[in-house]
Ligand binder design. Structure first.
Ligand code: TYM
Length: 474
């Protein structure tokens, strides 16, 4: 598959660490697929709230998962490849929650009752409807929103997520049909057979954070060693020199992915003939895991020590994600009838063609030159009852004359003289009584107004006291 868009997510549940099931079922696919496709990869922090309801724990889990995923997405340091990866946190894009609210209304209750996350909890964990929160019950709708917002063609996941993708397809169809618009694309699950379900170290159940049968990737070596040593092997084999079974033996299952082909084949043969001890193959598995994940483990520490870089990656991702999600939401609002002429539009980043759009782009903002200026002289303009003329120093960049029409609000020259403020300095000069205004002082409205509305409330001037005169604001 090439040049398509895909999306996937991982939930920072448990303690936020990644295990080799996540790696094989999801992250390894992301790495492979993101080289040729546009990848939206999300840390699904809103989903984690169904189980993690402790502030500190959630904060830590989100950090751990962000660092782990980035450490594994090794292409990210490489400029060209990184450009195709959009890595972001779900809660940084409020459109996910907004679309979930809308999709609630095309979701039959029965569909959710059949969803396995809810059903499993009800049956296996003996929980009642009184104990199960609505977040868990609703989970598939939020996940459908996660997916549909980005109109991806495919979703790489493990088999446990298949039903959720089917629900997303179902809701997409229902929405399109109900509102008579083909807005949502029906995504295909991408679940390679070999990695669809990675079994846990107990050899009985799927590897899962909540079952404690995992092999972690970024935990201390002693922890991983212990997890490897606990792997289910062959219970019928009492002594090292008894012939052993390779099938269903978790050490060999994992070695098929992480060991060297020839060595693994030799070990398998030796095991079948009773020539090698469990501990030896486990030691080899441990060494193979360390070899595979050594670069990522090192990178984890590097990233942890460089929060600025991590934040930059997330900022880039959030911008791209909001741009894509915002566009879809403009269409959704329009289709359902929320976009009439009184609507202001809740998304800050919206399609520029939208009729409610009063947004500018980051490129527009980058054109604005704002600097710290010091008012060296302030005087009333004689022929005006509004204007005050400021002579403003920008340090080495020189002086400017800048007018402000605020006497009507009770301001006097003394309010400005000798003080520092922020000024826009790349405006076209404007003719004024007795001279020209070579910039504009920045002010804040004294009352909050809705986004996009510009009122005429008393301006409050933004102090730039203590900042270097002439410095540029970025
Ligand atoms: P989560 O966090 O449980 O798992 C993340 C990814 O890892 C895969 N996986 C496995 N694959 C094979 N064998 C295993 N033992 C194994 N354990 C986990 C999962 O299938 C998944 O791909 N609801 C999702 C996160 C999510 C999402 C989305 C995914 C939220 N929004 C939108 C795709 C699209 C979850 O909790 O995955």
């Amino acid at each position: 598959m090439t040049n398509k868009r895909f999306l996937s997510g991982i939930t920072p549940s448990g303690d936020g660490t990644l295990h080799i099931g996540n790696y094989l079922g999801a992250v390894a696919q992301f790495i492979e697929l993101s080289q040729k496709n546009e990848a939206f990869l999300m840390v699904a922090d809103l989903h984690a709230l169904t189980t993690i309801q402790e502030k500190k724990q959630l904060e830590k889990n989100v950090e751990t998962l962000i660092l782990s995923e980035l450490a594994l997405l090794k292409g990210f340091m490489d400029e060209e490849k990184f450009k195709k990866i959009v890595f972001f946190r779900q809660s940084d894009v409020p459109e996910h929650a907004e679309l979930q609210t809308i999709l609630n209304n095309v979701t039959p209750l029965g569909l959710l009752k059949r969803a396995h996350a809810y059903k499993d909890k009800l049956q296996n964990q003996d929980a009642s409807d009184e104990e199960i929160n609505l977040g868990l019950f609703n989970y598939p709708i939020l996940m459908a929103a996660d997916i549909l917002l980005y109109k991806p063609q495919f979703i790489p996941v493990g088999k446990d997520q298949k039903q959720h993708i089917e629900i997303a397809r179902d809701l997409a169809e229902r929405f399109n049909k109900t509102f008579g618009k083909n807005i949502f694309v029906l995504p295909e699950p991408q679940i390679p057979e070999e990695t669809a379900v990675i079994m846990g170290t107990d050899g009985k159940r799927k590897m899962s954070k909540s079952l404690g049968n995992i092999i972690a990737i970024f935990e201390p070596e002693e922890v991983i060693k212990k997890q490897v040593m606990s792997c289910y092997t062959d219970p019928t084999r009492a002594h090292t020199n008894d012939p052993g079974h390779v099938e269903g033996n978790m050490v060999f299952s994992y070695l098929d992915f992480f060991g060297e082909r020839q060595t693994v084949d030799e070990y398998k043969e030796a095991y079948r003939q009773g020539r090698v001890a469990d501990v030896e193959i486990k030691d080899y598995l441990f060494a193979a895991l360390m070899k595979t994940f050594r670069p990522a483990r090192d990178r984890y520490e590097e990233l942890k020590a460089n929060p600025k870089l991590v934040k930059e990656i997330l900022e880039h991702g959030t911008y791209k994600a909001r741009e894509a999600a915002g566009k879809t939401m403009v269409e959704v609002r329009e289709a359902v009838g929320l976009n009439n002429s009184y609507a202001i539009g809740s998304s800050l980043i919206v399609d520029r063609s939208s009729k409610n759009n009063n947004c500018i782009t980051i490129e527009d903002i980058a054109k604005l030159e704002v600097r710290v200026g010091k008012v060296v002289k302030a005087e009333n303009v004689e022929k005006s009852d509004k204007l005050i003329l400021l002579t403003v120093s920008f340090g080495e960049a020189g002086q400017r004359t800048i007018y402000t029409g605020v006497r009507g609000y009770g301001y006097t020259p003394e309010d400005f003289a000798g003080k520092q403020f922020f000024f826009v300095v790349n405006l076209k000069p404007r003719k004024m009584p007795g001279g020209e205004s070579q910039g504009m002082i920045l002010a804040v409205d004294s009352e909050p107004l809705p986004f996009g509305k510009h009122g005429a409330t008393k301006p409050l001037f933004v102090s730039a006291e203590g900042l270097p005169v002439g410095a540029r604001i970025r």
